[in-house]
Design a protein around this ligand. Structure first.
Ligand SMILES: [Zn+2]
Length: 145
């Protein structure tokens, strides 16, 4: 097993397998906790910061969900919305970095793995930088386009 394969297998075990699973109904309203198997209502899960109320397992939250958990309603304003990663080295392993970037941008609808902005928390001004693991593990941009 190559080092790359080892990381891929480990990543699959640790991250892909540890997200809320779809229930048999597949309606998107319900999920199954990956730790205890409890069927949970997704809205209830989000109001509990994506923590399973049955076993306390912390499920991943995406950047928008994290912002919604932290910021006062409708107070978040994105800054540097055109910031996106670049590939100055033309990096390639099994696939090109540019292809991975395009795929992440397409699958997440994001330009970058980190969302930055300002908001208010209990009416106090705050700057946020929120990493989104779905986007290549949260890769951060280097230049504006
Ligand atoms: Zn659980």
């Amino acid at each position: 097993m190559s080092l790359f394969d080892w990381f891929a297998a480990r990543r699959k075990d640790q991250f892909v397998g540890k997200v809320i699973q779809e229930t048999e109904e597949g309606d998107g309203l319900w999920g199954k906790c990956p730790e205890c198997g409890q069927v949970v209502y997704r809205k209830d899960l989000l109001t509990n910061a994506n923590v399973c109320s049955n076993c306390g397992h912390h499920n991943r939250v995406n950047s928008q969900e994290r912002i919604d958990l932290i910021a006062d309603p409708d107070s978040f304003e994105v800054i540097d919305k055109n910031l996106s990663p670049t590939d100055p080295l033309g990096f390639k392993d099994r696939r090109t970095y540019a292809d991975r970037l395009r795929e992440s941008q397409s699958s997440t609808g994001m330009k970058d793995g980190v969302v930055t902005g300002t908001c208010k928390v209990e009416n106090m001004p705050l700057a946020l930088a929120v990493m989104d693991f779905r986007f290549m593990g949260g890769v951060y941009g280097f230049s504006c386009r």
